[in-house]
Design a protein around this ligand. Sequence first.
Ligand code: MLT
Length: 250
Amino acid sequence: NKKNKSIIFLHGFPYDSSMWDAQVELLKENYLCIRYDIRGLGKSPAGDGQFTMDSFTEDLLTIIDELNLDKPIICGLSMGGYITFRALEINQAKFSAVILLDTRTESDNNEGKIKRQNGIAKINKEGVISFVDNFVPTCFWEGTIKNNSELYNTVLNKSRRSNAIGVKGSLIAMLSRTDTAETLKNINIPTLVLCGEFDKLTPPNVMQKIADEIPNSKFFIIKDSGHMTPLEQPNVVNENIKNFLGGIFS
Ligand code: MLT
């Protein structure tokens, strides 16, 4: 069976699993591709909205167990990366390789925590559309917004339909998350680290440091991209993933 290897994708905040359309299209022939909308985002129900990074991580580990996945490759972007780091910290033996895009290990500092709280206040006062209208532009490279307005508007319009409870719950999960930097030196499975050249949220210098600390890692900067590399430069991201996985599993 060609598909004895699986790969599980974790999207960023406040987006959904369609972020990985291009990667799944590339990989589905040879890999069992699993992606889902993180609780409270996309089409996943928000429930009471009381999320933590550990509850998101528990969802991931439960899905892996329920689907009987044998050491999937884990691929996470930004908040998906926060979940990935926490899952590796809890049980690295569950995974065979890691792909990290546009993410960080540090937890929020005071300024960051206040920014999240202001985000929650904004949603309470003005609604979720007002929040995403402010947030989404910071995720993209200006060049993408200008030259690929169709992509940008599709993502923005979809984000505008986000569930306020789910978005607020994710903000609280992010502002209360632990720092996972200590786990980097213990990651002993092959790791690919990718970062958009113009990523303002998790810039290349932050990700370079992550790659430097992970013993068996490769780091590439994705040109002409902001924080949303799989969407802004799908072909380049795919090429990097293909080379990385080809080198490990061929
Ligand atoms: C994300 O893309 O998941 C978020 O930008 C992460 C964050 O706000 O820390």
